[in-house]
Design a protein around this ligand. Structure first.
Ligand code: B12
Length: 139
């Protein structure tokens, strides 16, 4: 009798656990927009659609975009402390002597305001409807 109660208790617990995992996870990828802005040269903006997986990092979406779209290229260097630092986009590179760099901005899907994330491309996890802006600018 006791073992039957235990077994039904365990199977109920397992069912709860499995359904919890399934509802928390979402599979497949979703598109986000990524716009390249050059605030220094007066070049026209370019917008791409990049696929991001559930809770995936921005760098992953950028890598996938680079693999599938010959018009989008970027390079980064690995910083010992903070990870990937975006160095160049489509052949335009930041330059310490000129004080230029690629700034990461995000127009949030929530209220449309533009934020400047306090992490780089390797740590930022885009939300659905986020619009990523890579802005070439000066510091
Ligand atoms: C100066 C500075 C910059 C300068 C660096 C240029 C230069 N040659 O000086 C500029 C303006 C380019 C910059 C840019 C960014 N920065 Co900055 N930056 C700093 C700051 C104020 C000092 C760094 C420093 O000089 N350390 C002293 C030197 C001797 O050490 P170092 O190891 O050689 O420093 C290098 C790294 O820090 C690197 N670096 C600077 N910022 C970032 C950001 C990332 C993600 C990476 C990988 C590397 C990196 O550049 C420095 C010079 O080579 C720190 C905050 C702090 N007080 O430490 C933030 C800081 C490092 N930056 C930060 C961030 C978030 C960014 C941006 C992502 C902001 C954005 N939304 O665009 C961008 C990077 C975008 C990209 N292209 O990938 C965060 C990193 C946090 C994290 N865990 O990711 C910090 C800690 C500030 C914060 N918000 O808390 N940054």
């Amino acid at each position: 009798m006791m073992s039957m109660i235990m077994a039904s208790f365990l199977s109920a617990a397992l069912l709860l656990l499995v359904s919890g995992i399934l509802t928390e996870k979402e599979y497949g990828s979703k598109p986000i927009n990524l716009t390249i802005v050059n605030s220094i040269a007066n070049a026209p903006n370019e917008t791409y659609s990049a696929d991001i997986v559930f809770r995936g990092i921005l760098l992953g979406a950028m890598r996938r975009l680079q693999q599938t779209n010959a018009d989008f290229k970027f390079t980064y260097r690995d910083d010992l402390n903070y990870g990937p630092f975006l160095e160049s986009v489509n052949g335009v590179a930041g330059d310490n002597a000129e004080h230029t760099y690629w700034e990461l901005l995000v127009q949030t899907g929530k209220n449309g305001s533009v934020i400047r994330p306090d992490v780089g491309i390797g740590c930022y996890i885009p939300e659905q409807n986020d619009h990523i802006i890579l802005n070439f600018t000066k510091w």
